[in-house]
Design a protein around this ligand. Structure first.
Ligand code: 2HA
Ligand code: ZN
Length: 276
């Protein structure tokens, strides 16, 4: 099969384009990666031609020998539909998980996203904690959630609780909550280490004054998670813009009832009592 005919590639392009249409990917903002299944690798093998081994910039030994579809450094999500061959690439990792080589894509040259260390370290954590269920890591720059990082305290507890209160579905969509990384220089190992620590317990990591990382098992689920968090953030921005204080909201007991009705566990540390 040709790479561009493969269903997982079509799913990848759809997320890139949907994110662009949402306004989450100004210029070359954001990046996406997908951990391929062995049968997906075999299905496109005819088109895979190895290039040079390059250092990843971190080590991900658990992912040694795995293949990923990943967006390119400096590439624009809005071009995924019209120029897929030059917007992303398929890479293979060496057995130690320290080097990668490109096998397909980035037809005009270049390398995978500058956030490759964060993508791969997040994948490695998720392989371990989900038993390989999660395959998608998605980074975007949605405006409302980023705006909130200038006005809310940068704690997991406050961000989780304030977003949960904005939509009854939130604690069902992300019952584990969301983690917050304070502002750091993007694009390297240090921010990758901090983000992957949060991915041990959350599927959403917020980079202050920058954007969001989401992890999930399918493209639909991962895009839907990003969309839900940003929608809740948009509502919160509207609420904070209308009044200094909420007149009424969903109370801790309400979240406990939702958890029971929808068979999810919501950690009590997010259901703290608020001062008036
Ligand atoms: O430009 O989003 O974080 C790609 C990015 C870097
Ligand atoms: Zn970014």
């Amino acid at each position: 099969m040709k790479v561009l005919e493969a269903p997982f590639v079509k799913g990848f392009i759809r997320v890139a384009d949907d994110g662009w249409l949402q306004g989450w990917h100004e210029r070359n903002g954001g990046n996406l990666s997908y951990r391929m299944r062995p049968e997906e690798v075999e299905s496109v093998r005819e088109e895979l031609v190895p290039r040079k081994w390059e250092p990843i910039g971190t080590e991900v030994p658990l992912l040694g020998g795995e293949y990923f579809l990943v967006t390119g450094s400096g590439r624009y999500m809005r071009n995924a539909v019209i120029d897929p061959e030059d917007t992303f690439c398929i890479i293979e990792l060496d057995p130690a998980g320290a080097h990668y080589r490109i096998l397909w894509g980035l037809s005009k040259g270049g390398r995978p996203t500058s956030e490759l260390p964060t993508h791969l370290m997040n994948h490695e954590v998720k392989v371990r904690v989900t038993g390989g269920k999660h395959r998608v890591i998605y980074h975007a720059h949605p405006a409302n959630i980023v705006a909130l990082t200038y006005v809310l305290p940068l704690t997991d507890e406050v961000f989780t609780r304030e977003l949960w209160e904005m939509e009854t579905e939130c604690p069902i969509v992300f019952p584990d909550g969301i983690g917050v990384v304070p502002w750091m220089v993007p694009g390297g190992r240090e921010i990758a280490v901090e983000t992957s620590k949060l991915m041990e317990k959350y599927d959403v990591a917020l980079w202050a004054h920058h954007g969001l990382f989401c992890s999930g098992d399918t493209f639909d689920q991962t895009f839907g998670l990003m969309h839900t968090v940003e929608k809740a953030a948009e509502i919160l921005v509207k609420v904070l813009s209308m009044a200094p204080k909420k007149r009424q909201t969903i109370e801790p007991e309400g979240f406990r009832e939702v958890a029971k009705a929808f068979h999810v566990t919501v950690p009590e540390r997010f259901l703290y009592e608020k001062e008036d």
